[in-house]
Each structure stands twice: as structure tokens, then as C-alpha cells.
Design a protein around this ligand. Structure first.
Ligand SMILES: [Zn+2]
Length: 110
């Protein structure tokens, strides 16, 4: 069984803890477990100027989300209104349920 090192999942609400987007609330687009990176919606967006080329005949400015370190974001708990650490409970069925370590709120509703 794979080691559950990172408790964050795609579509989780997060808050950015460091950098130019510090304090920004976002959503996980993708978790890159191999490199311990997160792709977050509207966070760490870089603009790239592209010259017209066969793939992109018009060229222009493209915006792209660059990944940030997984440790630079925390799960955003609505009840706590802040970034929190998550705990994991293993239920009788073997199913895992994540909860907010600050207020105890279960974050996996489904
Ligand atoms: Zn909480």
C-alpha cells in the first residue's frame, strides 16, 4: 500500500502560505506527488509571450499556472476560516476520512 504522505487532493480548497500569492484562497487543480508540488487555480500564474509558430499561429500572451511546493499551501477550513492541518481517520470499512485537526470537521463529505 502506498504511503499516504500528502493528505491534499484535487479540488480541495487551500490557502497559500508564502510568496506573492500569500493569503490567497484557491483550489487544487492537480497534485504532483512525485515532485511534491501543487497546481492551484489562479496562483503563481506566469505570462508567456509566444511568437507565432505552427502550433500557435497567432502567438501572443499565454497565462499558465506554475506549481508551488506542497508545503506552501494548507487546506482551507471554512469553519476555522484559516489554513489547517488535516488528520486521517480510518473507518471500520477501511475507508479513509479526512478531518480538520483544529475543529474536528470532517472534510470528506462523500
Ligand atoms: Zn476547522
Amino acid at each position: 500500500m502506498a504511503l499516504v504522505k500528502y493528505k491534499l487532493k484535487k479540488n480541495d480548497p487551500v490557502i497559500v502560505k508564502v510568496g506573492k500569492d500569500k493569503g490567497k484562497k484557491s483550489k487544487i487543480l492537480k497534485v504532483d506527488k512525485k515532485n511534491a508540488k501543487l497546481f492551484l487555480e489562479d496562483v503563481n500564474v506566469v505570462k508567456r509571450h509566444t511568437k507565432p509558430n505552427p502550433m500557435d499561429p497567432d502567438g501572443g500572451i499565454h497565462e499558465k499556472e506554475m506549481p508551488i511546493d506542497i508545503s506552501n499551501a494548507m487546506y482551507y477550513c471554512k469553519k476555522c476560516d484559516s489554513g489547517v492541518r488535516l488528520g486521517v481517520k480510518v473507518l471500520g470499512s477501511g475507508q479513509k476520512q479526512r478531518f480538520c485537526k483544529s475543529c474536528g470537521e470532517i472534510v470528506d463529505k462523500d
